[in-house]
Design a protein around this ligand. Structure first.
Ligand SMILES: Cc1cc2nc3c(=O)[nH]c(=O)nc-3n(C[C@H](O)[C@H](O)[C@H](O)COP(=O)(O)OP(=O)(O)OC[C@H]3O[C@@H](n4cnc5c(N)ncnc54)[C@H](O)[C@@H]3O)c2cc1C
Length: 274
């Protein structure tokens, strides 16, 4: 059970940051995860009065405030227009709509949970996090850091012409994933680049970047080979949901389906423009 001494809703980010420097203070997102823990928290800091609950689109980026809910992410039109249904797919299995109306993007990213679908999906895109004290850094760097006393203000996705796919395997519909995989591709610095993000291994999501020119008419065998190569570059572990070998096998299958789906869309687009 969690025990909370006092609740504070700061009026400024500076106040929130200062309060959070005490060892026994904790920032709250939606509190969906935190409340399940066993902790004595002297002061819980509610960021909900600081305007961090909007998704803003500019010419170059999509800025997702830390207090945006997973449901906002799921329903975000600008993300859907750019990257299709992948973002929606990455959150739609998380418990239920009421839950996703409370759990936040900030809590999901700051927590760096091994099982996180949200982290797996965001990591595969050109994503940054904005921290109160630590500035703006790449999400791929942030995931490697240990949690500290900083505040996560927003998650920033740089807009680019990339194709995105997301899939996961769960033993039952709303359980944690046994494996979660995202594949993104686009032209980066003039070269065709593929990004593979695999989470719930059961370790937290990691990112792999490959400059592969996969032919649009790649055979099933070739796609299997690319997916196998990508999957083999991650490490896997065993827990109650599955063994390391099973997870690697699932990763190969999901990555293969995602690569195939992207190639099909690409060749469809090319045929239309021919
Ligand atoms: C039963 C259950 C099932 C779940 N299933 C899944 C699943 O299948 N897939 C999945 O991806 N996720 C799953 N989750 C995780 C969920 O999606 C959220 O990631 C989780 O609840 C954390 O979000 P929150 O807003 O509740 O954060 P909280 O619980 O409020 O906070 C989590 C941590 O982040 C810190 N924090 C929060 N916001 C900030 C901030 N802005 N700056 C700094 N620190 C901050 C808090 O201090 C705390 O340490 C599940 C959670 C539960 C409880």
């Amino acid at each position: 059970m969690i025990t909370i001494g006092s609740y504070v809703k700061p009026k400024t980010l500076e106040e929130a940051y200062e309060l959070n420097q005490a060892r026994s203070s904790r920032v709250m997102g939606g509190m969906m995860w935190m409340r399940l823990g066993n902790a004595r928290v002297k002061t819980v800091i509610d960021l909900s009065g600081l305007g961090l609950d909007q998704i803003e689109e500019t010419d170059n980026v999509i800025r997702i405030g830390a207090m945006c809910t997973l449901r906002q992410l799921e329903q975000c039109e600008c993300l859907r227009e750019l990257y299709g249904d992948g973002i929606r797919e990455s959150v739609r299995h998380i418990v239920g709509v009421q839950f996703r109306n409370q759990a936040t993007v900030g809590g999901s990213v700051f927590g760096r949970y091994g099982f996180s679908d949200v982290l797996t999906a965001l990591l595969s895109l050109d994503t940054f996090v904005e921290l109160y004290n630590g500035g703006t850094i790449r999400l791929s760097e942030f995931v490697k850091r240990k949690p500290d006393k900083d505040l996560l203000l927003s998650v920033i996705v740089r807009k680019s012409k990339r194709m995105f796919r997301y899939d996961s395997v769960r033993r039952t519909k709303t359980d944690f994933p046994v494996i979660a995989c995202a594949v993104v591709t686009g032209i980066v610095n003039g070269k065709e680049t593929w990004y593979f993000s695999v989470g719930a291994r059961p370790m937290k999501a990691a990112l792999l970047e490959k400059q592969w020119e996969i032919p649009l008419d790649a055979s099933e065998e070739q796609i299997t080979e690319y997916a196998g190569k990508a999957a083999s570059e991650f490490t896997y572990g065993t827990n109650m949901r599955g063994s390391a070998e099973y997870r690697q096998h699932l990763a190969e299958v999901l990555l293969k389906r995602e690569i195939r789906s992207i190639l099909e869309e690409k060749s469809g687009t090319q045929k239309v423009s021919d």
